[in-house]
Design a binder for this molecule. Structure first.
Ligand SMILES: NC(=O)c1ccc[n+]([C@@H]2O[C@H](COP(=O)([O-])OP(=O)(O)OC[C@H]3O[C@@H](n4cnc5c(N)ncnc54)[C@H](OP(=O)(O)O)[C@@H]3O)[C@@H](O)[C@H]2O)c1
Length: 241
């Protein structure tokens, strides 16, 4: 049985990735930070179909000690690891005049620093299984996004790490990124119909994406033998406009 570890796996896109891999009979390790009960519910639902196949691990990716304890917990759950998905993310605007060290640490921690140290921690395991790393970035950042300089820098850094590590960790480990477009409204924000229509209008396929579109792309990359160092845009063509 292959094993996948997904950060921020209790909700939304991370949850969809976990559900798809569980359906495909992988052992799933669900990471959460604040959403412990969502992670527990998801694991118990999966375990009710396939006993002892889903596990949960908590920790804050902004905190270096937590990152090391996440690595230890995953190691104690599973001797092997085939796929690490760096999906967890903090996302909020930081207009230049309001930026503080705390904003920097929070946005870099979950989107860049945490993923890098998780890769370092799981490198040997992934090497032994000839596994993969998939970093989830963002299709919008290449165009420049006003008021999101730290988030954009973090995601751009993650794309850069993806390419560098694809070379450094080859030939045993494949490293790719998936850059979603407009999939879900940001957590805790509900767009007005007008805002939503404006976003949809800017997408050639004239619809928002869904969590499953990202989960399917992750599954495709997990099964692909000859792809590394790539950033795959799943955005309905939005990056072309
Ligand atoms: N949604 C979109 O349309 C969209 C568009 C472009 C890119 N993306 C990217 O796709 C990925 C998934 O998107 P999403 O909207 O499903 O993500 P999300 O709901 O914004 O966040 C996913 C999870 O990240 C975890 N997280 C946040 N800060 C953390 C921290 N400091 N330590 C540990 N975990 C932390 C949270 O876990 P807890 O709930 O357990 O705290 C959260 O549930 C993200 O990388 C995002 O940047 C999404």
């Amino acid at each position: 049985m292959k094993t996948i570890f997904v950060t921020g796996g209790a909700k939304r896109i991370g949850k969809a990735i976990i559900e798809l891999f569980a359906k495909e009979q992988w052992k799933v390790i669900i990471h959460y930070n604040k959403s412990k009960s969502d992670a527990e519910d998801l694991a118990s639902k999966i375990n009710s179909n396939n006993d002892n196949s889903a596990f949960i691990v908590g920790g804050d990716l902004d905190n270096a000690e937590d990152v090391q304890s996440i690595i230890s917990s995953v190691n104690s759950i599973s001797e092997t690891l085939d796929l690490l998905v760096n999906n967890a993310s903090t996302f909020y605007p930081t207009p230049i005049e309001e930026i503080s060290n705390d904003h920097w640490n929070r946005l870099i921690g979950s989107n860049l620093k945490g993923p890098l140290f998780l890769i370092q921690g799981f490198k040997e395991k992934l090497k032994n299984s000839e596994g993969s790393i998939i970093n989830i970035t963002d299709t919008n950042l290449t165009k420049g996004v006003a008021n999101f300089s730290i988030y954009s820098a973090a995601k751009a850094g993650l794309e850069s790490i993806t390419k560098g590590l694809a070379k450094e960790l080859a030939p045993e480990i494949k490293v790719n990124a998936i850059a979603p477009g407009a999939m879900l409204e940001p957590p805790d924000i509900t767009w007005t119909e007008n805002q939503k229509n404006k976003v949809i209008e800017s997408i050639p396929l004239k619809k928002m994406g869904a969590e499953q579109d990202i989960a399917e792309a992750v599954y495709f990359l997990a099964c692909a033998n000859y792809i590394t160092g790539q950033i795959i845009k799943i955005d309905g063509g939005r990056s072309l406009t």
